[in-house]
Design a protein. Structure first.
Length: 283
């Protein structure tokens, strides 16, 4: 599933392409992705609307539009789910098989494609109401982080996936942050020491910032092909593949730890894979 850095990169890619474009028509091929918004309401509100801004909140894309013949603002929420893609394509190009929503922008289509239809493109914003602070925002502080961790007996890796704790952290970067902080993923969240909490807070910010910086400098392919292990949407032909080398534990089961050479271990927590070094992350 795409995590915060990948969504941020997608937002930065789409923002200039969509700014000022008007939606001439709306085609809905999979109504499921609109829920709970109805297809009739979706079409009525979006036809004639103009894109003003695109931002991100956690793993969500937030499109701001101006309604047709009005100053009223429209907020459209996008979530990629597990397999979603959002991109612009020439209108002359045939839409992909799993296109769920197609917005006619004139010479181009904005396409939301999703092979499994677990994502959303909806006018309903309630899913953002319980999101925690942004990991790179000023509201994500060590003190607040410590206070929330103290309330949970869950393993810290599992707690990090709770979007009400910190928005946008997913399976990859939870494992990576815990490794950098030298903390066992099995340790209960409320058992972290006063020294461990700021280390983990800093590690979360560092892995997120590094991933965004790296992805922002690599040519990416948002419109076609399969994930190449670099980003869920794949990199463009000829793009460097060094980012995967920066992942220190994730998906490296059995490979030597980059610090101590101990084989990286994989366990399952809350039905998700966790990767860690049993030597560097003892406590």
């Amino acid at each position: 599933m795409p995590e915060l850095p990948e969504v941020e990169i997608l937002v930065r890619h789409l923002r200039p392409l969509l700014h000022g474009r008007t939606i001439r028509d709306v085609e809905i091929r999979r109504q499921k992705v609109l829920q709970p918004t109805s297809a009739a309401k979706f079409k009525k509100i979006l036809r004639g609307a103009k894109f003003l801004e695109l931002t991100r909140r956690g793993k969500y894309l937030l499109f701001e539009l101006r309604a047709k013949n009005s100053r009223a603002k429209i907020l459209l929420l996008g979530h990629l789910g597990m397999t979603g893609k959002m991109f612009l394509a020439r209108k002359s190009a045939p839409p992909p098989k799993h296109a769920a929503v197609i917005l006619d922008l004139g010479a181009h289509h904005f396409i939301y494609e999703d092979t499994r239809y677990f994502g959303r493109l909806t006018l309903d914003l309630t899913s953002m109401e319980k999101l925690g602070p942004e990991p790179l925002g000023e509201n994500f502080t060590p003190d607040n982080f410590a206070r929330e961790l103290k309330r949970s007996r869950q393993p810290v890796k599992v707690k990090l996936l709770d979007q009400s704790l910190v928005a946008g952290v997913g399976n990859i970067y939870a494992s990576e942050a815990l490794f950098r902080a030298g903390i066992s993923p099995r340790r209960a969240a409320n058992r972290l020491t006063p020294a461990q909490v700021p280390k983990l807070w800093r590690a979360i910010r560092d892995v997120m910032a590094e991933a965004i910086e790296c992805g922002s400098t690599i040519p990416l392919n948002f419109s076609a092909g399969k994930s190449d292990g670099l980003f869920y949407f794949g990199s463009a032909v000829g793009a460097p593949d060094f980012y995967t080398e920066r992942l220190r534990v994730y998906d490296r089961e059995g490979k030597p730890c980059l610090k101590c050479q101990t084989p990286i271990k994989r366990i399952v927590q809350a039905a998700r894979s966790t990767f860690f070094c049993p030597h560097c992350q003892k406590s």
